[in-house]
Design a protein around this ligand. Structure first.
Ligand SMILES: NC(=O)c1ccc[n+]([C@@H]2O[C@H](COP(=O)([O-])OP(=O)(O)OC[C@H]3O[C@@H](n4cnc5c(N)ncnc54)[C@H](OP(=O)(O)O)[C@@H]3O)[C@@H](O)[C@H]2O)c1
Length: 426
């Protein structure tokens, strides 16, 4: 059977864009065998067409004129691999309105402006896919939307930022946060300006997208409180190890009693849990649901060719499902309320730095008890008139634990602000 030619437009021809171009060229035969379609890059928008590229595009492919791509009749489908909110968002809107399906690798755009973009795609009757925007090579969006279409997923846990996982893995082998971050930067695992990663902002965008897909209800980036890893100290990492756990930055999305909670924070993960052993820059997502119980997906969460793998898969899916009625537009079909953030429950680890005086331990225990929080484990370290208390608390609402800690923080024996992290049981 003769194959069908499909023209691909790229918004961007940088690390990911050039890798998409390479993959379509080098795997063209495999894609054609599987789909009956030959995908070829016919136009790519860049800032500087004269720049050297990792994989040379064909003649006259590069342009710095968006209209030349938008109006090119050979462009059947577009991959947005440019990044940023504008002009990428405006371009995607124009393309969707012009009836061109789009796939995007841009987590910021999907997490911030997804609702509007999906409404436009839906009105135009074209697809907007976004697998590469979360965890690069790991096909988690497709699994949630296709393989688990009939499944009631109620919890998503993920290590969705490779930079922070590299830093925390490094700290688990010894050293300070600053030393681990410097090593990550030297090895190219962290950007020269790592703010987005270390503050948890990048992970928040990704877990917002995953929660939206998993629960079918829009979760905006602004709905996701996040804490990063900048305040992690070697003592916290050592405490995790002493309790048989690993300290990880975790995105947690929970659907409980019809309400949604999504957050990012450092967490103590029991060693037997699949997330505890995730080393280096890998991404791993755990999906929990009624029938599946637990499914774990993992792999490279960044990199040009790794991300291109997801972009190409989305392009193939667009081509393969066009005209079948299986339109993958907005994943949202309901509007679930947000759980009161103070009502989110977990067991918690707490680190208290206190003066080593009689009665301090009793005061801490009494304060937790007053807020209906009970202590499961306690380890005390003494050093030069100071005491470090490492506590694991029984399951409790975070609001109660924070209220107890606020009260304790006001007492003179408390030397520093307490550190708190939820415990993820195996
Ligand atoms: N790299 C990864 O590991 C990775 C992983 C997952 C997701 N992503 C996402 O993939 C997207 C692309 O990332 P990347 O690493 O490939 O970025 P990149 O290497 O910086 O490439 C960006 C491309 O977009 C073009 N571009 C940027 N602004 C433009 C504008 N205003 N007008 C025209 N062209 C413009 C650039 O043109 P010039 O080349 O002429 O400068 C470049 O070709 C981002 O959304 C990123 O978050 C990346």
């Amino acid at each position: 059977m003769a194959s069908v030619d499909v023209g691909v437009g790229l918004l961007g021809y940088g690390t990911v864009g050039s890798a998409v171009s390479r993959m379509l060229a080098e795997s063209g035969d495999e894609i054609e065998r599987a789909t009956g379609h030959r995908l070829t890059v016919v136009r790519a928008l860049v800032r500087d067409p004269a720049k050297n590229r990792d994989f040379a595009p064909g003649d006259d492919v590069l342009t710095d004129d968006f209209a030349a791509l938008r109006d090119d009749p050979r462009v059947d489908v577009v991959a947005e691999v440019m990044g940023g909110i504008e002009p990428a968002g405006g371009y995607v809107r124009e393309l969707l309105r012009a009836g061109k399906p789009v796939v995007s690798a841009n987590k910021q755009l999907v997490a911030r402006e997804g609702a509007d973009l999906f409404a436009i795609a839906s009105a135009a009757g074209v697809q907007l896919r976004f697998e590469a925007s979360v965890c690069a090579a790991v096909p988690v969006v497709k699994v949630l939307r296709e393989s688990l279409v009939a499944e009631n997923v109620h919890r998503v846990l993920g290590i969705v930022n490779g930079t922070t996982n590299f830093v925390l893995s490094r700290m688990a082998r010894g050293g300070t946060y600053a030393e681990a971050l410097a090593e990550a930067q030297a090895l190219g695992y962290a950007e020269p300006d790592p703010t987005d990663d270390v503050t948890g902002a990048d992970a928040a965008a990704k877990i917002a997208i995953l929660a939206t897909v998993a629960f079918g209800s829009r979760v905006l980036l602004d709905d996701v409180p996040y804490r990063g890893i900048e305040t992690i100290e070697p003592a916290h990492v050592a405490a995790a190890a002493s309790f048989g756990m690993a300290l990880k930055l975790i995105g947690i999305a929970t659907l409980t009693e019809g309400a949604v909670d999504v957050r990012v924070q450092p967490a103590f993960v029991e060693n037997a849990h699949p997330l505890a052993s995730v080393e280096g820059s890998s991404n791993v997502v755990v999906l929990q649901g009624d029938a599946i119980r637990e499914v774990t997906l993992g792999g490279p969460g960044a990199g040009g060719i790794e991300t291109a793998s997801a972009v190409v898969a989305d392009l193939v899916s667009v081509v393969g499902t066009s005209g079948t009625g299986f339109l993958q537009n907005d994943a949202c079909w309901r509007e679930l309320p947000r759980l009161d953030p103070a009502g989110w429950r977990a067991p918690f680890y707490v680190h208290l730095a206190v003066a080593d005086r009689p009665g301090v331990l009793g005061h801490a225990a009494a304060t937790f008890a007053k807020h209906d929080v009970s202590i499961a484990q306690l380890v005390q370290h003494l050093e030069g008139g100071r005491a470090a208390l490492d506590l694991v608390l029984h399951d409790a609402p975070i609001g109660s634990v924070e209220a107890a800690l606020d009260e304790l923080s006001r007492s003179p024996e408390m030397l520093r602000r307490p550190f708190i992290a939820p415990v993820i049981a195996a």
